[in-house]
Design a binder for this molecule. Structure first.
Ligand code: NDP
Ligand code: 8X3
Length: 251
């Protein structure tokens, strides 16, 4: 039977590439994000291959999250796969200089938003005793780097939530896992540096970063394993990267 996947943050980067990969593989899709024009464009393209439904909500807004997911038409209301991908870094400042707005954004989106979406999707999974939840964590959830403070904290929280959720949903047979990428060239650094394209571009210069498609392929690998196989926690970096602070650059 055709599976349905809900992807948060489908309007760019890893989420968009995942939607494209899943569509090529014939999954039914629920695309989530705030930029409606991006969602419309992607939906029109992927709609040539599969059924697509778009939901526009800010993951920080818990009422909007529950309203949107509760409003799904019957053909999309059985969600087999949830990809908790929406998130970003905001700023890269020493703790004494960090902005409260940036800290709120990272904790509210990357941690609380992920929880709200999961809470809204879970009841039909626990009822059916089936489902698959994949979190996009980060190497920042495995190690802390200078000035990464709150972003790293948010991704360490995702790591803890991934482990806790796997334990709590074990009795239901629901698969829970995380893919933790290192440096992937997306709009991530543009958002982190508040639109400064030059500074963002430098993050990916002098080496081959991961592409969002590399992560999409891994996510599809995870969801296409037989039911007894759960990719619980996977770290993936560009070959040029050895840790958050060690990247071999040819500059
Ligand atoms: P992008 O900036 O390209 O994509 C981020 C996505 O998240 C967008 O689709 C955006 O959609 C969505 N999003 C952001 N804030 C909100 C919000 N408040 N409500 C709803 N959706 C939101 O970056 P990436 O693709 O790189 O990031 C995806 C995930 O991957 C994030 O969790 C990030 O932390 C993680 N990651 C990224 C790495 C990298 O190097 N790029 C490495 C490791 C992890 P919209 O603006 O339309 O709402
Ligand atoms: C994104 C990768 O190294 O900027 O999570 O934290 S990094």
């Amino acid at each position: 039977m055709k599976k349905t996947a809900l992807i948060t943050g489908a309007s760019s980067g890893i989420g968009k590439a995942t939607a494209e990969k899943f569509a090529r593989e014939g999954l039914r899709l629920i695309l989530c994000g705030r930029r409606q024009d991006r969602l419309d464009e992607l939906s029109a393209e992927l709609g040539k291959n599969t059924e697509v439904h778009c939901l526009n909500f800010d993951v920080r807004d818990k009422e909007a999250v529950f309203l949107a997911i509760g409003s799904l038409p019957p053909e999309f209301s059985r969600i087999d796969i949830l990809v908790n991908n929406a998130g970003n870094a905001h700023g890269l400042d020493p703790i004494a200089e960090g902005s409260l707005e940036d800290w709120d954004a990272m904790l509210d989106i990357n941690v609380k938003g992920l929880l709200y979406v999961t809470k809204a999707v879970l009841p039909q999974m626990t009822e059916r005793k089936a489902g698959h939840i994949l979190h996009i964590g980060s190497t920042a959830g495995k190690e802390v780097y200078p000035n990464g403070n709150v972003y790293c904290a948010s991704k360490h929280a995702v790591d803890a939530i991934n482990q806790g959720m796997r334990m709590d949903l074990n009795a239901y047979g629901i698969r829970v896992g995380a893919i933790n990428p290192g440096l992937v060239e997306t709009e991530f650094s543009k958002v982190r540096f508040k639109g400064d394209e030059e500074r963002a571009g430098k993050v990916y210069q002098g080496y081959q970063p991961l592409l969002p498609e590399d992560i999409a392929d891994i996510l599809y690998f995870a969801v296409s394993r037989p039911p007894h196989v759960n990719i619980a926690d996977l770290v993936v970096m560009p070959t040029a990267q050895a840790s958050s602070t060690q990247v071999k650059k040819d500059l």
